[in-house]
Every structure is written in structure tokens, then in C-alpha cells.
Design a protein around this ligand. Structure first.
Ligand code: MSP
Length: 515
């Protein structure tokens, strides 16, 4: 059976993991985990982009071999995945043989078919983005924008891939498949880009300029252009050319940031696949950027957020919750520690954390730590149940539309409603009463609260997997596996032994939280 195959971009090996990388992995993980909860078999790939000028340069500056730099980065990025509880099934490194073999195979095929040719080229080359620039990339004053770094005019013989020959096909494809790129407005940007003729793509670099790359199979004097190399990871990781490839490909989603949509993922990649006779991925999801004080995060401005600081202090789930709750997928979002703390304190510590602890405390105190049964259904109970049905169906729709921030908003509205329900029933006021009717209210209230907690964490599981499992454990159950079953209001908890309450989201202590 074909798996649901989802990928992230592969990160450059010459830098440290930051908020942007962490966000993309969490977003992809939320999709992957939610699909698993829907009963699909998921294959989730992430990895590292290890070749190219920047890695060669950074290694040289540090006086180490490029592969040492890459090994170090692989450790850092794999640690990030682990610390964030990312459920990736594979981690590809472009220096691995399984990848290099496929890149060379594709290049050879295209070369043999006459889709790659050699030509002399003179152009303006940006060392920073490792691309030849076009005349229209200049500023109005004729200078090159700063983002390109040093720009030099060079003439060299190189190999070119006949990208331009596929322009009309690509335009037709995008027009016929308006859902290829999510959000839709990004697809329009691609079509806008395709209004001007596109040049053939220079896919080689002479070894004297760049040694750290995959040699072209038909001319070892050259290595492969890093984007051509990197994009192929999506098929090399799942056995292109082998029988098992069909169990994965086409990918269901490539999750990437908006900066690498045009041209790499929306132009080069579909054309490379088309030319090689490989089906296209089903969809590309281009997310927005995390900014800090409205600015792009960059080493040069020193405003990079280190996700590891936040994870270390607040745990992976708080971080995962924050980035998923704050970012409307596709748009940009501003990061601020104040906002992070306010979400942490109000949503997690107050709304969810307090609900769990008061529920467990009262079950411990009034019911000997055993979840009671609900024997009455008054107005407060039926209102809460009705709200649950709405939360459940509404969230499912929002998940399908990639509106994860809104799905979380809905879930937390339900959590707050359980807290209001608790106030309404105030079981603590009736707990000492000898009246059997009061006792039934106490038991019903605690059973209803426990069930509300169970359902809420089941719904939160893709975003907060650790918390969901922990709360299930406290409620005396093994965990949440399938939404179809686990999101149904039921009496599964009745007679479960509960654990003493724990503080799920402790108040922050270090200076990080105060600044
Ligand atoms: N190596 C290429 C991708 C090759 S994919 C075949 C690359 N690497 S990157 O390290 O620069 O970026 C990796 C991913 O992180 C990209 O999808 C990028 O958009 C994302 N982000 C980097 N900074 C970001 C933010 N500040 N905010 C959100 N995501 C951003 O590009």
C-alpha cells in the first residue's frame, strides 16, 4: 500500500539549527502525526544538505575537512529532531552513497537523452547564493542587492539542463492543478515568475572552483550544482530505481519555506522530474517565516532564536504548541519571548495544566483515585458534550485545511469550557454532603471532567505528543492511537485507577523567562 510520504526541506550543513528549522520540522511532524492518527501509514523524511560552496568555505575557515563539518551538523540537527520529539522515519544526508548514486543516475539519464548540453557562459555570479544572476535581479541603480554578497563576472564552460524547453508545459500543469502549491496565492506567484522566459539551468561547477560536490558521471572535471543535488534527496531516500520506490512516490507533501519555492521547488524540481519521467509530487506546502521584531533572523543581525534554549527550559511540547498556535501556515509570524511566555502561562499552565491537576486531585480526594461513572445528564453535561462534537468536527476540518493554529484555538476553547463546567458543578462544594443525589452530581462532574481531559489531549496529540501520553498515563490508560476511536465521547475511563496529580507546566524559573 502506498504510504503517506511527507518531507521537509533539507537544512544547510554550514549553520546551527534555529527557530526556522525547528518550526518546519514541528509543522511537518504535526501533519505526519495527525495522518498516523487518521490510520494512514506515514513515511516522514528530513535531512541535511551537505554539499556546496558555503560548506566548503566554512570548513576551510575553520581549518577542518568539509565532512567533519557535516558530521557535526548532522549531530546537531539530529539532536534537534530528538529534543523536539520529531517522529521522522528517516534522516538523509546528501553525502551518503544512496543519495550520490541516484543523483548520478538521473544526470546520466538526462545526458544520454540529450537534455543536458555543454556550453560556454559568461555571467554575473553571486558567491553567496551560488547562482548566476539575471539582469533583472539588479537594483534600480544598477547595483546588485546586498543579499547576493560579492558578485563577480565569470566566463566558464559548463553543463546546462534544458529547463526552458519545459516552461509551457509547467505553466499548463500549474493552471490545471491549482492545488499543487499551498497556499494558493503562492501558486500565483509562481505563474507570475513564469511570465518571463526561463533560462536553461547551469547544473555544473568546475572542480577548481568547487570541489565539495558530486562529480558529474559524464565529466569528472565538474561537480553537480548544489540545488540539483539537494532536490534529488526526496527520491533518493525512498529508493528511486528500486521496486519499493512505488510504495512512497509520489510524495504527498513537500513542506518548505516560502524562500525556496521559486524557483527551486516550484520550477526546477517539477521540470527535473518531468524530464526524468518521474511523476510529480502531489503538493508543496510553502510556510511563512518567523521574524524577530519584524525582521528576518540572520547571523549578521544577531537576532537568531535558539530553539534549544526554549526547549531546555519549557520542554518540547510548550515549544511545539507555541509555534503551531502562533503561525498561520503560509503567513509570516513574529517571535517574541513575551508572547511565548503569555501562551505558556495562560493556555498551558492555567487552562490545561490546572484542569488536569484539579481533576486528578478531586478524583484522588473524593473517589479514592478511581474514575467514577457519570450517572446523570443535566444541562451542563449536554452542553459540554455538544461543544465537544462541534470541536471534534471543526478541528478535523481545520486540520484538513492546514489551519492548525485555528484547530488549537478551538481545542483550548473546549478546555476552558471544561473549566467553566467544573465551576458550574462545583463538586468540591458537594463532596461532603450525605445526600445520594449530591454524590451522583460529584461523580458525574468528575467523570465528565476526566472524559473532557482525555478527549482534549487526544486531539492535541499531534502537537503535544509527550503531554498527551503523560496525561493518558495519569488517567490510567496507555495512550492515544487512533482518532476515529479515541475522539468519541465514551465511558472508557470508568473505574480506571488514576495517578496523583503532577505539575505539567511548571512556572518558569531561569533568567531566560524574565528577559
Ligand atoms: N538547503 C536548502 C534547502 C534544500 S531542500 C532540497 C535550504 N536550507 S536552509 O537551512 O537555509 O533552510 C531550511 C528550511 O528552513 C527552509 O525551508 C527555509 O525556508 C526554512 N527556514 C529558514 N529560516 C526560516 C525562518 N526564519 N522561518 C521559517 N522557516 C525558515 O534552504
Amino acid at each position: 500500500m502506498k504510504k503517506f510520504y511527507i518531507t521537509t526541506a533539507i537544512d544547510y550543513a554550514n549553520g546551527k539549527p534555529h527557530l526556522g528549522h525547528a518550526y518546519e520540522k514541528v509543522l511537518t511532524d504535526v501533519i505526519a502525526r495527525s495522518r498516523r492518527m487518521m490510520g494512514e501509514e506515514v513515511h516522514f523524511l528530513t535531512g541535511l544538505d551537505e554539499h556546496g560552496q558555503k560548506v566548503q568555505q566554512t570548513a576551510r575557515n575553520r581549518g577542518i575537512e568539509p565532512i567533519e563539518l557535516c558530521d557535526e551538523a548532522a549531530r546537531d540537527f539530529q539532536a534537534l529532531c530528538r529534543d523536539l520529539e520529531i517522529s521522522n522515519d528517516d534522516f538523509i544526508r546528501t553525502t551518503e552513497d544512496r543519495h550520490k548514486r541516484v543523483v548520478r543516475q538521473i544526470l546520466q539519464k538526462l545526458y544520454d537523452e540529450g537534455q543536458i548540453y555543454k556550453a560556454e557562459y559568461t555571467g554575473h555570479y553571486s558567491t553567496r547564493v551560488e547562482q548566476f544572476l539575471r539582469e533583472r535581479d539588479r537594483n534600480e541603480d544598477g547595483e546588485w542587492p546586498d543579499e547576493y554578497g560579492e558578485v563577480v563576472e565569470i566566463t566558464e564552460s559548463n553543463y546546462f539542463f534544458k529547463l526552458g524547453a519545459y516552461q509551457d508545459w509547467l505553466i499548463g500543469f500549474l493552471n490545471d492543478n491549482p492545488d499543487f502549491i499551498f497556499p494558493r496565492f503562492r501558486q500565483k506567484q509562481v505563474l507570475e515568475f513564469l511570465k518571463d522566459p526561463i533560462n536553461d539551468l547551469c547544473i555544473s561547477r568546475p572542480v577548481e572552483r568547487l570541489a565539495w560536490g558530486i562529480p558529474l558521471p559524464f565529466d569528472e572535471e565538474y561537480v553537480t550544482y548544489v540545488w540539483f543535488d539537494a532536490l534529488v534527496n526526496y527520491i533518493s531516500a525512498v529508493g528511486y530505481g528500486e521496486e519499493r520506490f512505488e510504495d512512497y512516490w509520489p510524495a504527498d507533501f513537500h513542506v518548505i519555506g516560502k524562500d525556496i519555492l521559486v524557483p527551486p521547488h516550484a520550477v526546477y524540481w517539477p521540470i527535473m522530474l518531468k524530464a526524468a519521467g518521474v511523476p510529480l509530487p502531489r503538493a508543496i506546502l510553502a510556510h511563512g517565516w518567523w521574524l524577530k521584531s519584524g525582521q528576518k533572523m540572520a547571523k549578521s543581525t544577531g537576532n537568531i532564536v535558539d530553539p534549544l534554549d526554549l526547549i531546555g527550559e519549557f520542554g518540547p511540547d510548550a515549544f511545539r504548541y507555541f509555534v503551531t498556535r502562533e503561525m498561520n501556515v503560509g503567513q509570516d509570524s513574529n517571535f517574541s519571548l513575551d508572547l511565548f511566555l503569555s501562551r505558556y502561562n495562560s493556555d498551558l499552565a492555567n487552562d490545561l495544566g490546572n484542569l488536569v491537576s484539579r481533576t486528578l486531585n478531586m478524583i484522588g480526594r473524593y473517589c479514592d483515585g478511581t474514575v467514577p461513572g457519570a450517572s446523570i445528564e443535566g444541562e451542563p453535561e449536554s452542553e459540554l458534550r455538544a461543544l465537544w462534537e462541534e470541536t471534534r468536527t471543526g478541528s478535523a476540518e481545520l486540520y484538513a485545511e492546514m489551519q492548525f493554529h485555528a484547530a488549537l484555538d478551538k481545542t483550548f476553547a473546549f478546555i476552558r469550557a471544561i473549566n467553566r463546567y467544573a465551576e458550574q458543578r462545583s463538586p468540591w462544594k458537594l463532596a461532603k454532603s450525605a445526600d445520594p443525589e449530591d454524590r451522583r452530581i460529584v461523580e458525574t462532574a468528575l467523570a465528565t471532567m476526566a472524559e473532557g481531559v482525555r478527549l482534549s489531549v487526544a486531539l492535541l496529540k499531534p502537537v503535544m505528543p509527550g503531554t498527551a501520553d503523560r496525561v493518558c498515563g495519569l488517567l490510567g490508560m496507555t495512550g492515544v492511537r487512533e482518532w476515529e476511536k479515541d475522539l468519541t465521547w465514551s465511558a472508557v475511563l470508568e473505574e480506571n485507577r488514576t495517578a496523583p496529580s503532577e505539575i505539567l507546566f511548571p512556572r518558569p524559573k531561569s533568567e531566560l523567562s524574565g528577559s
